[in-house]
Design a protein around this ligand. Structure first.
Ligand code: COA
Length: 310
């Protein structure tokens, strides 16, 4: 068994591992055979671009039997998707892969390590508790059906690739003003360069007030959904809810124009943000648990949505 870097030639085997692992989970949960969809190639290619040394596979007898993707957001590191072929589980493969992910995150300068998992999956909870992770945040997954384009949003600009270099330092600075260990600029760069969706920014007196990244990479014939991958509003603004409203409306409108009829948002639960999303006709679809190793890391304040889900 060998833990090694993922290569672009592994792509189909990596998709196969994910499809088999989640089909197995869903079949066990529902008590009947379920075929889970394959993960789109585009997002795996994006992760390989963003984190070439943080995409790992486990190989056994020349076959890929497990895979994982790490994400370095400044000093905050997380991993996911993280999957082992069902027939190869419970043999220590997951543990070896987890070791590889942690080594990479440490080498990359992360001090907080984390993941999101389903709290009702006893095996997963045991697997991460044994490795030193502790439950720290409750995250919710909310969904809204998109039925029409809303009135145009003023003061929000879509940023295309040509303007990306100018905006990334501002995104890094805004992330750090939220938490000095957080830097979302590389994740934003991936979304635009790898054409995974769209980036919107909102300004206040010329200064970056907030940004949102929409992911819409599933082929439309396979799924009509999109997802808010990131959203952050400057916590020091006098009117953060105004910028939040503009940004969320922009991603919803853009989704609708792309033919997406459902949008998902995933974030650490804070009472205010949850209330705001209910007012915007989002409904709760599910909830997860963030588990963290190392010093605590919290996203309970302000307007932030940062999905730790691959
Ligand atoms: C979670 C997952 C990655 C673990 O991989 P794995 O190769 O089975 O992991 P390991 O063999 O290293 O460790 C499994 C541990 O779970 C324990 N375990 C197995 N079944 C269990 C159960 N039903 N309840 C509690 N613990 C269980 C094993 O005993 C072992 O613990 P131990 O080392 O203390 O004995 C794998 O099950 C998987 O791919 N699941 C589907 C996708 C998924 O949920 N990914 C994680 C998303 S956060």
């Amino acid at each position: 068994m060998l833990v090694r870097l993922m290569r672009s030639e592994d792509l189909e085997q990596v998709r196969n591992v994910g499809q088999k692992a989640w089909s197995d989970v869903a079949s066990t949960e529902l008590g009947r055979k379920v075929k889970y969809p394959f993960r789109p190639r585009k997002i795996i290619k994006g992760y390989l671009w963003k984190e070439p040394k943080g995409c790992l596979v486990v190989e056994d007898a020349g076959e890929v039997i497990a895979s994982a993707h790490c994400h370095v957001w400044g000093k905050v590191g997380w991993f996911g998707p993280f999957e082992v072929l069902p027939e190869m589980q419970d043999k220590g493969v997951g543990k070896a892969l987890l070791g590889g992910c942690e080594d990479y995150l440490v080498r990359s300068g992360c001090v907080h390590f984390g993941l999101e998992t389903m709290p009702y999956m006893v095996k997963n909870v045991h697997f991460y508790l044994r490795a030193g992770y502790r439950p720290q945040e409750f995250t919710c997954i909310m969904k809204k059906d998109l039925v029409r384009v809303q009135e145009p949003t003023m003061g929000v600009e879509r940023i295309e690739e040509a303007k990306l270099a100018d905006i990334l330092p501002e995104i890094g600075a805004l992330s750090r003003s939220y938490n000095s260990h957080l830097d979302l600029s590389r994740e934003v760069e991936m979304a635009v360069r790898e054409d995974l969706g769209a980036l919107f920014v909102s300004r206040s007196d010329q200064k970056l007030a907030g940004f949102a990244v929409l992911h819409a990479f599933h082929p439309i014939e396979e799924s009509d959904h999109s997802a808010v991958r990131l959203l952050l509003v400057d916590p020091d603004l006098a009117d953060p809810s105004d910028h939040f409203d503009r940004l969320i409306r922009s991603v919803e409108n853009h989704s609708y124009r792309l033919g997406r009829r459902r949008i998902f948002a995933r974030f650490v639960v804070s009472p205010r943000l949850y209330e705001d999303m209910l007012k915007r006709q989002y409904v709760l679809e599910g909830s997860n648990m963030r588990m963290i190793k190392g010093p605590g890391y919290c996203e309970r304040e302000g307007y932030i949505m940062a999905a730790w889900a691959g």
